[in-house]
Write a protein that binds this ligand. Structure first.
Ligand SMILES: Cc1cc2nc3c(=O)[nH]c(=O)nc-3n(C[C@H](O)[C@H](O)[C@H](O)COP(=O)(O)O)c2cc1C
Length: 333
C-alpha cells in the first residue's frame, strides 16, 4: 500500500492515541514491525507557537515514515501547523476529524468538523496547499446515527487531494461505547478510490481479517489493542503478508521491550515528567505479562503497587526484573 509515493511496510497501522502513542512508544512499535505509526493529535496552533509538549509530540527520530496528526478549527492555523510539521521532518500530515472529547469538539475541532463539511473542507484544502507531503484524514462514521456522512466527507476530501482515509467505525455520540461497525465503513469504500483504513476494536489477526472483509478497506489500524503489546500491529501485519501465526513474545523479550520503552520515555520527557508518563506503559506491560503467564491477581497487584510508585529508575529496572521472574515461575507452575 502507498500513500502518495510513500510505501507502507504492511497493512497494519498503529493508531494515534493521545497520552499513549508518544515518540518512544511509536519507535518501539515501528521497530517491532508496525506498518505505519501516527503521532498523538497535536493542536496546530500550539505547534506553531512552539509549545514544548506539542513539539515533543512531533519528534520523529527512528520512526520511519513520520506521520504528524494535526487538529484545529481554523484554516490558517492548520496550514501553518502543517508547514511547521513538514519543516520538522513529517513525511505525512494526518488531519483529525474523529476526536470525540468535549474539550475538542467544544472548540469545533475533531469530530465536530463532521457537522459542518464545508468548513471541514476549508481546513483540508488549506492543509494540502501548505505542504508538499501527502495529507491524510481520520474520521468517524458521522456525528450520530442520523448523520452518517463519512462517505460524503471522504469523497469530498479525495476530490480536494487527500491521499488516505481512516474511519473509526463508531459515531462521535457513541464515544467508545458499543462495538465498532466495520460493515458501515464499506459505504466509504464505495465512495472513494484512495487507500482506506478501517479502525475500531481490532485486537487480533482474526478481527483484522474480518474487518478487512466487511469494510473492503486496504488496511487496519490498531489502537487500544497495542497498549502493553507494542508488538501486536507488527505481528498482525506480518501474518497478513505471510499467513504465518506468531505466539506472544517470550517473557524475556517482553521484559526487554518494557525496559527499553521505560528508558526512552524517561529520556524523551526528562526524568521528572518521564516517570509520570512511563507509569501507564509499565502498568499495561505488567498486566499483559501477568496474563501471558497466568500469574495470580495478587502477584500482579503487588508488583503494580511496587513498580508504579517507585521514583528511581534503578529500582524500577530491578523490580521489573523480579516481577518478570515471578511471572516466569507462574508460567512454569
Ligand atoms: C487514550 C486514547 C487517545 C486517543 N487519542 C487520539 C488522537 O490523538 N487522535 C486520534 O485520531 N484518535 C485518537 N484516539 C482514537 C484512536 O485512534 C482509535 O480511533 C480508537 O481508539 C478506536 O480504535 P481501537 O478500538 O483500536 O482503540 C484515541 C483513543 C484513545 C483510547
Amino acid at each position: 500500500m502507498k500513500i502518495g509515493d510513500i510505501e507502507i511496510a504492511n497493512r497494519v497501522l498503529l493508531a494515534p492515541m493521545s497520552g499513549v502513542t508518544d515518540a518512544p512508544f511509536r519507535r518501539l512499535a515501528a521497530a517491532l514491525g508496525a506498518g505505519l505509526v501516527v503521532s498523538e493529535m497535536t493542536a496546530s496552533d500550539d505547534l506553531v507557537k512552539g509549545r514544548r509538549m506539542s513539539v515533543l509530540r512531533c519528534e520523529a527520530t527512528g520512526i520511519g515514515p513520520h506521520v504528524v496528526q494535526l487538529a484545529g478549527c481554523e484554516a490558517s492555523w492548520m496550514a501553518e501547523g502543517a508547514r511547521v510539521a513538514e519543516a520538522s521532518g513529517a513525511d505525512i500530515i494526518d488531519i483529525n476529524m474523529g476526536c470525540p472529547a468535549r474539550h475538542v469538539t467544544g472548540g469545533q475541532s475533531g469530530s465536530a468538523l463532521m457537522r459542518d463539511l464545508d468548513h471541514a473542507l476549508t481546513l483540508i484544502e488549506a492543509t494540502i496547499s501548505a505542504v508538499k507531503v501527502p495529507v491524510t484524514l481520520k474520521m468517524r462514521l458521522g456525528w450520530d446515527d442520523h448523520s452518517l456522512n463519512a462517505p460524503e466527507l471522504a469523497r469530498r476530501a479525495e476530490a480536494a487531494g487527500v491521499q488516505m482515509i481512516t474511519v473509526h467505525g463508531r459515531t462521535r455520540c457513541q464515544f467508545y461505547k458499543g462495538e465498532a461497525d466495520w460493515g458501515a465503513v464499506r459505504a466509504v469504500r464505495d465512495a472513494i478510490g484512495i487507500p482506506l483504513v478501517v479502525n475500531g476494536d481490532i485486537t487480533s489477526f482474526e478481527k483484522a481479517v474480518t474487518a478487512l472483509e466487511m469494510s473492503g478497506a486496504d488496511a487496519v489500524m490498531v489502537g487500544r489493542g497495542a497498549q502493553g503489546q507494542p508488538w501486536l500491529p507488527g505481528q498482525i501485519g506480518r501474518r497478513l503478508e505471510t499467513g504465518v501465526a506468531e505466539s506472544a513474545p517470550s517473557l524475556a523479550d517482553q521484559l526487554n521491550y518494557v525496559r527499553a520503552l521505560y528508558d526512552d520515555v524517561c529520556s524523551h520527557y526528562g526524568l521528572r515528567i518521564g516517570l509520570r508518563h512511563a507509569r501507564k506503559h509499565l502498568g499495561w506491560a505488567l498486566e499483559v505479562a501477568a496474563q501471558c503467564s497466568r500469574a495470580p491477581a495478587m502477584t500482579l497487584k503487588t508488583w503494580r503497587q511496587k513498580i508504579l510508585t517507585a521514583d528511581n529508575p534503578h529500582r524500577v529496572h530491578r523490580s521489573l526484573g523480579d516481577a518478570f521472574d515471578d511471572f516466569a515461575w507462574s508460567a512454569a507452575a
